[in-house]
Design a protein around this ligand. Structure first.
Ligand code: NAD
Ligand code: IPM
Ligand code: MN
Length: 333
């Protein structure tokens, strides 16, 4: 396996080395291919990602990615969106699962759901027009795009509790009828239990009744917002991992961004990055190793070796090292 390692900007440069330290302890036959991309590169060379970088990414089996700063400058095209589109990674899988001994804003830990976010269209079409007094962004919802994300969500639902919630805003955004109807048709044909929710009501419901949900499928922007919000149920944005999956490539990254307010302080929580690496191991079919990493994360939190977002005083490096040590001990024992 060849894995591109992209630290990116800000805390991406702190959390990815911690995830790589844990990966290295597993001693797997993985070739790591470091690649510099992002805002830092743009400032230096005027380009954040070039064709050569895309070729390197495509020459790898998958990517372990930190975070990239995306300024609002219309001349700066988001690296992340470019990669997701170029590698056609249409499914963004974001598990929302409690970790031992941590509770989030609601104080509860009786939920376990997965947000399946459409990752290549919706409000992220990049079809935009800017004029002096008005700007436009075209929202794209296609049958093919809706069908393939619905199939991914149904596949996941069948491995879990066979319960799909389709989240949309078709009362106002009529383009969402395509998404809703296609998801319903796919769920019917796959015999997956399903219901639908308007996104605003869903935001409330996820915070109030998170235990009701199993697999949540939604369009790009709604999935982006609901996943950051749901990380508050788990306890920190620094705990939320994700996987961008296509038919050929996959790309693993924490849900969070480059954390400019804490970058350089050495206090970013590396667990979201480490659990993203764990999702990469699962994608590679290495379930035993993935379970070891998850167990090591749980042990580290239970021992209260945590960064300030979880109320502790440990550094990124200390948390990464504690998890790596637990992995080593489990492999030895
Ligand atoms: P952010 O996710 O970087 O930070 C939001 C808040 O969560 C901040 O207070 C931050 O300190 C905290 N936080 C995030 N990750 C944490 C961690 N691991 N440990 C502890 N605290 C953590 O969101 P933002 O500030 O809105 O965005 C910053 C930049 O990142 C923007 O340029 C944005 O476009 C970009 N971004 C990139 C990605 C990505 O590359 N995957 C994702 C989201 C945002
Ligand atoms: C995420 C991020 C990205 C997104 C941005 C940085 C383009 O917020 O991965 O959730 O909105 O998809
Ligand atoms: Mn986001």
């Amino acid at each position: 396996m060849r894995v591109a390692i992209v630290e990116g900007d800000g805390i991406g440069r702190e959390v990815i080395p911690a995830a790589v330290e844990v990966l290295d302890v597993l001693g797997l036959p993985i070739e790591k291919v470091p690649l510099e991309l992002g805002y830092g590169k743009w400032e230096k060379c005027g380009i954040a990602i070039d064709d050569n970088d895309l070729d390197v990414l495509k020459s790898c089996d998958c990517v372990l990615f930190g975070a990239i700063t995306t300024p609002p400058d219309p001349n700066y095209k988001s690296v992340l969106l470019t990669i997701r589109k170029e590698l056609d990674m249409y499914a963004n899988i974001r598990p929302i699962k409690p970790l031992p001994g941590v509770t989030g804003v609601t104080g509860r830990s009786d939920f376990d759901f997965v947000i399946v976010r459409e990752n290549t269209e919706g409000m992220y079409s990049s079809i935009e027009e800017f004029h002096e007094d008005v700007s436009y962004t075209k929202r794209v919802v296609s049958r093919k795009g809706s069908e393939r994300i619905a199939k991914t969500a149904c596949r996941l639902a069948k491995e879990r509790h066979n319960d799909l919630t389709i989240v949309h805003k078709s009362n106002v955004l009529k383009s969402d009828n395509m998404f809703l109807n296609t998801c319903r048709e796919v769920a019917e044909s796959e015999n997956v239990g399903h219901r639908d929710m308007l996104v605003d009501a869903m935001a409330y419901s996820l915070m109030t009744y998170p235990e009701r949900y199993d697999v949540v499928v939604t369009t790009n922007l709604f999935g982006d917002i609901l996943s950051d919000m749901s990380a508050a149920l788990v306890g920190s944005l620094g705990l939320a991992p994700s996987a961008n999956i296509g038919d050929k490539y996959a790309f693993f990254e924490p849900v969070h961004g480059s954390g400019p307010d804490i970058a350089g302080k050495g206090i970013a929580n590396p667990i979201a990055a480490i659990l993203s690496m764990k999702m990469m191991l699962e994608w590679m079919g290495l379930q035993k190793e993935a379970d070891i990493v998850e167990e090591a994360v749980g042990r580290c939190i239970t021992e209260k070796i945590t960064t300030p977002d979880l109320g502790g005083s440990a550094s990124t490096i200390e948390v990464g090292r504690a998890i790596a040590d637990h992995v080593r001990n489990m492999l030895d024992g």
